[in-house]
Design a binder for this molecule. Structure first.
Ligand SMILES: Cc1cc2nc3c(=O)[nH]c(=O)nc-3n(C[C@H](O)[C@H](O)[C@H](O)COP(=O)(O)OP(=O)(O)OC[C@H]3O[C@@H](n4cnc5c(N)ncnc54)[C@H](O)[C@@H]3O)c2cc1C
Length: 135
């Protein structure tokens, strides 16, 4: 996003000042021009450590990919882009009586970030991690 800096929540290392749009990253990967380790997905920067930072290459801003693609109001199964925020998933599902089975201590994480770090909630001992509920 314009004017953004791409920091981690714990400000672990200096923030990236630029991010590559996802479509440009895909083009680089398809053309074979992307070197190993040169691209790293950036969710919403809510990691405490440096997992969303890439001193050796570029971060790829996933947040513009933020569409809820489908929602089954009978089963609660939701299909969405990786950049959708958890708060938007909750806003989408709650009016139908559904809530994510596992949530971390902030709703300002992306779906991709929650999956990549396989986040847990206070109900870890009963419901496992976020990934236990991803098809
Ligand atoms: C106040 C607070 C409370 C928290 N509470 C908890 C908690 O209770 N339990 C818990 O487990 N965590 C907790 N966290 C940590 C947070 O849930 C995780 O760090 C989460 O992964 C952050 O998601 P993000 O979308 O901000 O991703 P980022 O921090 O931007 O990235 C996290 C990782 O995901 C990767 N990634 C992001 N998007 C994609 C994508 N589309 N494709 C591939 N890889 C991607 C990044 O490369 C990086 O490795 C908390 C954080 C905060 C700030």
């Amino acid at each position: 996003m314009a004017g953004d800096i791409f920091q981690s929540f714990g400000r672990a290392t200096p923030a990236a000042r630029h991010a590559i749009p996802a479509e440009d990253a895909i083009a680089l990967l398809k053309s074979g021009a992307a070197k190993d380790g040169s691209l790293l997905g950036y969710g919403n920067g809510r990691s405490y450590g440096d997992t969303c930072q890439n001193q050796a290459g570029s971060v790829v801003d996933m947040r513009p990919l933020n569409r809820v693609r489908a929602f089954n109001a009978e089963t609660g199964v939701l299909e969405a882009d990786a950049g959708v925020l958890l708060c938007d998933i909750i806003a989408h599902a709650a009016p139908h009586g559904f809530f994510p089975a596992v949530v971390p201590g902030t709703q300002f994480v992306t779906l991709g970030g929650a999956i990549a770090n396989d986040v847990h909630g206070k109900n870890h001992h009963r419901r496992g991690t976020f990934g236990c509920h991803v098809e």
